[in-house]
Design a protein around this ligand. Structure first.
Ligand code: 5AD
Ligand code: SF4
Length: 482
């Protein structure tokens, strides 16, 4: 049922979001009002997450908050009293999926008028999206963005008790909220946010607008979080940020960099440390040295290159060249000889010619990437590249993507073949989807391995002999002495 009126209305503005006003980010602690602690008693929630690990981590926070309010989780739409879509704005098709899903959920809302339906995450940060939801999706009760997840208890109070439609999106990031409860999806591997936002402004990318200015968490808060995870038995942490190499750049009271953080986490007793995502321009030798100095730093680096053409890189505002990227790769491989490198590549950026594309293929060949996320350029309204006039036709973009993927798949297979006949350490995630006598886990190099085993092996680190290398995974058997 459509709600009569809205509260808290705060309209998003991408233009406003572009401004980098604050220098220092105030820190506050999360605290749900005691009166709201029973708001969700007897009620069930379902959160659907789209997009990157940043969104996955945010969903864990939303779940933590909801459980503080007494809600329990369900995976059945028909059972849910609250459904939240935590959305991604990075490409148009990600957004179309969410609008499709919203259309489909109308039926659910008709069946259960008390159902609270929410849209959160990056999409509401775009004014066009929020306007469209306001106009066309009257049955959406709750719209909030990436900067105000901690206010979820208040929004729910208004939506559930006040029967009001709540829309609040902040276009400026205000603060870092600590002590947020989290319901972690996995009990051996955890995401740890080290920073929020991005100041790079690559010309194709909506993230600096939807996620705001770069803000680094205090090292003490990060190290405390990891200590707690160690006490809870976690074996792997992934340090998260849009550009982790810029970590600490915004501190005004101390000089503490990503390399310092790696060195501090390197001395902790967490067996596996990963991080994502890196920007080649900010990846310096001190970080490489830190990675090489600690055994718990995993030998896999995701290093998005986007293109191999200097002309395209310049128009993307990536601030490095094909040559400087290759030099960085050379320095990384010199310090970490068996490292596995993966990347992100966009094809069909405005003005990309066949020759530019061939430069990308050449770079892929020279780096020996062992995996990549590949995309066709998607024009995002509000970003500079969306206004470039020399857009590449869709057919051309798709044809290039296919050609690139062939190269990348060869790299994937080669990356797996180098482990055939080796014994590798695997952190076991669980059973394979198709067969519960087969276990699945990841190696230090982040390669998926399937092997026969039993449930008691789950969550352990085991040695596995690799017998077969496929394009998408390795096959093996538990090492006899293990
Ligand atoms: N079109 C296509 N791909 C994009 N990415 C970011 N913005 C766009 C866009 N407008 C890709 C980049 C980035 C990854 C997370 O998504 O490759 O590294
Ligand atoms: Fe987007 Fe570039 Fe920031 Fe990555 S570094 S989030 S691609 S603007």
């Amino acid at each position: 049922m459509a709600k009569d009126y809205s509260v808290y209305f705060n309209r998003p503005s991408l233009k406003q979001a572009k401004k980098r006003k604050i220098k220092e980010t105030p820190k506050v602690d999360f605290n749900a009002h005691p009166n709201l602690r029973h708001l969700g008693r007897g009620k069930q929630y379902l959160i659907k997450t789209y997009g990157c690990q940043g969104n996955e981590a945010d969903s864990e926070t939303m779940k933590g908050i909801l459980e503080t309010l007494g809600f329990t989780e369900t995976y059945e739409e028909t059972q849910a009293d609250l459904i939240i879509l935590n959305t991604c704005a990075i490409r148009e098709n990600a957004e179309n999926r969410v609008f499709g899903e919203l259309g489909r959920l109308k039926k659910q809302k008709n069946n259960n008028p008390d159902l609270i339906l929410g849209v959160a995450g990056c999409m509401p940060q775009e004014e066009d999206v929020t306007d469209r939801i306001l106009k066309k999706f009257h049955y959406v009760d709750l719209v909030f963005g990436t900067h105000n997840i901690h206010k979820l208890p208040d929004y729910l109070e208004s939506a559930m008790l006040g029967k009001e439609r709540v829309i609040e999106v902040f276009s400026n990031e205000g603060q870092i909220v600590e002590n947020l409860p989290k319901k972690r999806e996995n009990d051996t591997k955890a995401y740890v946010n080290i920073m929020f936002g991005c100041d790079e402004f690559c010309t194709y990318c909506i993230v600096p607008y939807t996620r705001g200015k770069e803000r680094s968490r205090d090292p003490e808060d990060i190290l405390d979080e990891i200590s707690t995870l160690i006490d809870q038995g976690y074996q792997e942490v992934t340090l998260l940020g849009q550009n982790v190499n810029a970590y600490g750049r915004d501190f005004t009271d101390k000089a503490y960099t990503f390399a310092d953080l790696l060195n501090d986490v390197g001395q902790m007793s967490i067996p596996r440390v990963r991080f994502t995502t890196s920007h080649p321009n900010d990846f310096d030798d001190t970080a490489i040295e830190a990675l090489a100095s600690h055994d718990n730093m995993m030998p896999h680096i995701h290093l998005p290159v986007q293109s191999g053409s200097n002309k395209v890189l310049k128009r993307m505002n990536r601030k490095y060249t094909k040559e400087s990227y290759l030099d960085l790769v050379r320095r990384i491989k010199a310090a970490l000889p068996d490292v596995s490198l993966t990347t992100d590549i966009i094809v069909g950026f405005p003005g990309e010619t066949e020759d530019d594309f061939l430069e990308t293929l050449d770079l892929v060949r020279r780096v020996d990437f062992e995996g990549a996320f590949t995309f066709v350029f998607s024009a995002r309204k509000g970003t500079p590249a969306a206004k470039f006039e020399d857009q590449t036709p869709l057919e051309e973009k798709k044809a290039r993507l296919q050609r690139l993927n062939q190269f990348i798949n060869d790299g994937f297979l080669k990356g797996h073949q180098r482990f055939k006949g080796e014994t590798v350490e695997v952190l076991v995630d669980g059973t394979s989807k198709k067969d519960d006598t087969i276990l699945a886990g990841y190696t230090k190099h982040n390669k998926l391995v399937n092997f026969p085993g039993t449930r008691e092996h789950i969550s352990k680190r085991l040695f596995v002999d690799v017998h077969e290398a496929k394009t998408w995974f390795l096959k093996g058997a538990i090492h006899e002495d293990a």
